[in-house]
Design a binder for this molecule. Structure first.
Ligand SMILES: *Cc1c(COP(=O)(O)O)cnc(C)c1O
Length: 362
């Protein structure tokens, strides 16, 4: 049974990408691997908007999100929290024994740059975590404004999760002054899960040199040492790197600007169509994500029943809400390879199915 995913990750993977993964494995210390690794670097740096290396980690994003934090923070980290993923980064800091302060906003509200400035001005911090696009509630914070504030504090290393926005919107790492920028394979890159990508500034690597408890698997200095030879520290998921090479071909054939414009256009189509059905966007319009849409279930539809019908009758799946806002919200992704036609087909199915979906009693 196969159906198409319109949840905000993992998302649909093209036949071309799947096909790319079927190449026979090569030795990860072989010249063939070095050639593959070095072939993807320039395009990755272009997409990240950086001259820094882009490390490839065989893990989901959380692996490197946790690891990177251990590499750069020991005094205290400021965790900006406005949804499930950013909340979890605070939990991760606590579990690693890294002193951490929770800077909390309502789910669906963006991170406020002024609040960040006030906290960082205490001088208590050596690092800050930030999620650009809070996937759980479809809220995109103003990254340029936040980075402008964070750059006022040169001792604070910035860790920015762009897991669900990377390659859907332009995030020029160096121009924004981001130290550590992290993404994963299964969101807007439209690859299967299992690979994460992370670009790290010199400043952050210098900090790592002074840290004694970096661990091994996610030691950024190990990544750097191997990167210089065109390799990864451990045996990587080579099929996913083939998939990455194929995906980079697609992205640069389409063109970055065209890709960003396509995501914005398809996102607007989803918003307009679902709002016309009587729903509201969960976050403020201005801070609505451009790679997915999170709607408040203002009509009180039985989202579980809606999704069951969508899957059975149209072979597609949307998301029924995350964590504490499950059922109160629902989410539709426009990440990856979607086109005007494929988004329209999905929306037609959703609208038709909504018309016969029961309301839940409060
Ligand atoms: C999906 C997601 C993650 C988690 O990624 P994993 O690959 O499951 O570790 C982290 N942050 C954001 C914003 C996400 O959307």
């Amino acid at each position: 049974m196969s159906y198409k995913l319109f949840i905000p990750g993992p998302i649909a993977v093209s036949a071309k990408t799947m096909e790319a993964m079927t190449s026979a494995p090569i030795g990860h210390r072989s010249p063939d691997f070095v050639a593959l690794y070095q072939e993807v670097q320039p395009r990755l740096q272009d997409l990240f908007g950086t001259t820094d290396p882009v490390f490839l980690s065989t893990s989901s994003a959380w692996g490197i999100m946790e690891g990177a934090l251990r590499n750069v923070s020991r005094k205290r980290v400021l965790n900006c929290m406005n949804g499930a993923f950013s909340d979890k980064w605070n939990d991760v800091a606590n579990r690693n024994g890294i002193p951490a302060t929770a800077l909390k906003f309502e789910w669906g509200q963006p991170v406020d740059p002024e609040a960040v400035r006030t906290e960082l001005a205490t001088g208590n911090y050596d690092a800050i975590t930030l999620i650009h696009n809070e996937t759980s509630c479809g809220c995109m914070s103003d990254l340029p404004a936040l980075m402008a504030v964070i750059r006022e504090f040169p001792d604070v290393i910035s860790l920015v999760d762009t897991v669900s926005s990377f390659s859907a919107v332009d995030i020029p790492k160096d121009a924004l002054g981001i130290d550590i920028m992290i993404t994963g394979s299964q969101k807007a890159l439209a690859m299967p899960p299992g690979l994460s990508l992370c670009s790290v500034s010199d400043r952050a690597l210098k900090r790592a040199e002074t840290q004694s408890n970096r661990g091994y698997y996610f030691d950024l200095l190990e990544f750097l040492k191997n990167h210089e030879k065109g390799m990864t520290p451990s045996t990587p998921n080579i099929p996913l790197i083939y998939a990455l090479r194929s995906k980079l071909e697609d992205i640069f054939t389409e063109g970055k600007e065209a890709r960003f414009a396509r995501h914005a256009r398809l996102n607007a189509k989803v918003r307009t169509t679902i709002k016309a059905q009587g729903f509201e966007l969960f976050p403020d319009e201005q801070f609505g994500s451009l790679s997915l849409s999170c709607f408040a279930n203002t009509r009180n539809l039985d989202i579980g029943a809606l999704n069951k019908s969508l899957k059975a009758e149209h072979n597609l799946v949307i998301d029924g809400g995350y964590g504490k806002i499950k059922g109160k919200t629902f989410r539709i992704s426009n990440m990856g390879d979607e086109t005007d036609e494929s988004i329209q087909t999905m929306l037609d199915a959703v609208v038709a199915t909504m018309a016969k979906t029961p309301v839940v009693a409060d």
